[in-house]
Structure formats: C-alpha cells, structure tokens
Design a protein around this ligand. Structure first.
Ligand code: MLT
Length: 245
C-alpha cells in the first residue's frame, strides 16, 4: 500500500483522488459529529461545501424529516437547526433524520474527495475501526486527508492522522510505503499519545474553548469510543458501513 497523508485538502487534487481510498479527518469537529450522528441512528447525512448548496437542497426534502446542521466561525448558521457540536447530535434529535451538513473545512474536504474510489470518515472516536476497514480493503493507494483550517495545518487532524499511519504501519510493516506527510505525522503522534492534550493545545481547540465548547474537546478526544465507520457513497453518508462493525 502507498499511504499518503495530506495536512490540508489544498494539494489533494481530483487527479490524486482518482482510484484511492480516502479517510477524511476533521477531529474538531465535523468528522466527530458525523461519527456521533451515525452512531445515533441518522438516516443519512448530505455533506455540502457551502450554505448556498444547503439552502438549495432543503426544498427538495420533507422538512419534517430533514435537519440543517453545521457552522460558520464555530457558531450555528442562521436559520439552521443544529450547530457542529457532536453533543447536540443525540439519538432523540437525529434518529431517522436526513441532515444536510455544512462546515467550514470538514464538509469541504469530503465533497472535494468525490473522485476517490472509497471515502470514509475518521477521527479519534472511531480510529481503530477506520484503520481496520482500510487495512482489510488493502487498496494499492490510500490517503489520509486532514481537513486543516482554511488551508493551514491543524494539529489535531495531523496527530490523529499520525496515529492512523502508525497503526497501518504496525499492521502492514514493509507492505506499506508512506509519503513524508504520513511519516512526519506518525513520528509526531508517537510524541503526543494523549488526544485530549493535543486538542487542548491546538489553535482550533483553544478557540472552541474560548467560544464555550470546552465539553466538545473532551468528547472528541475519546479514543475508540465507537466501532462504526461512516462511508460516503454518491455524496451521501447512510450510517456506518455495516461491514465495519
Ligand atoms: C470545520 O469544518 O471547519 C470544523 O468542523 C469547524 C468546527 O469546529 O465547528
């Protein structure tokens, strides 16, 4: 397996995406919220790149069954039902619902990976499961795509990706070759074993704490809380991949 890690989606072109298996990471908080929603029985999530796409979609859906979720600058978007805190996405709120989901970086990374052969969503919450699914599929080319923050590396995504690279390396040994991004992240993750420390020291983590989302940091730092893996098929996430459990 050729494993590449990209610190942001900026350099991950459509040509690079073609034929690859991609794990999209946005620890704070889009991928954590997606994993949590799938765990709580959401019917489907439609990730969109911007608010305009979200508002175009809403009239095509039964409003009683559909929710608009996401954030701009960390806050709930005007007119949306939910923000981007995974804690909001309880079973009572999301079970059986369709969520149109729009965030600054995470959903942009997901929609931008559309040319890939397989797209899964990963974070600390489902780290072992998303790695096990990839190792089992054994694609020739795999990508760990960190969402970053507006084209800039995010520590929490990079370290989470590094933990994934380390697990893949431990599983496959000489059967995996890594690009410099994956190797650098793997080495750094070895120095940062505690996810909560990483989240609390990162720029975005500190900003979320300032905005009053302290509990989200604790929540998103929980390693392997879940064993399910959301997958994106034809632009939709329909719960966890049944084979990932
Ligand atoms: C994003 O997509 O940029 C993030 O999920 C932002 C956030 O923490 O809400």
């Amino acid at each position: 397996m050729e494993l590449s890690l990209y610190a942001t989606p900026r350099d991950f072109t459509e040509a690079l995406a073609k034929g690859t298996h991609v794990i999209v990471i946005d620890v704070l908080r889009a991928s954590s919220t997606i994993v949590q929603s799938c765990e709580n029985g959401v019917e489907r999530i439609i990730p969109v790149a911007d608010v305009e796409d979200a508002t175009k979609l809403i009239p095509t859906l039964d409003r009683a069954e559909a929710l608009l979720g996401g954030e701009q600058d960390g806050h709930t978007i005007d007119g949306f039902d939910l923000g981007n805190s995974p804690i909001e996405y309880t079973r009572r709120v999301v079970e059986g619902k369709t969520i149109i989901f729009c965030t600054t970086n995470g959903t942009v990374a997901i929609t931008g990976s559309a040319a890939a052969a397989d797209i899964s969503v990963g974070c600390f919450l489902n780290l072992s499961a998303v790695v096990a699914r990839l190792v089992k599929a054994a694609p020739e080319r795999a990508v760990i795509l960190c969402s970053g923050n507006s084209g800039v590396l995010s520590l929490e995504d990079f370290v989470c990706g590094g933990h994934m690279a380390a697990r893949i390396h431990a599983e496959l040994g000489t059967r995996v070759t890594m690009n410099d991004g994956a190797e650098a992240a793997r080495v750094l993750a070895g120095c940062m074993p505690d996810p909560e420390t990483v989240l609390r020291s990162s720029v975005h983590g500190r900003r979320l704490a300032e905005l009053g989302f302290e509990r989200d940091l604790e929540f998103c730092a929980r390693m392997d809380r879940y064993s399910g893996v959301p997958v994106v098929v034809d632009g939709r996430i329909s719960g966890h991949d049944p084979d990932s459990r």
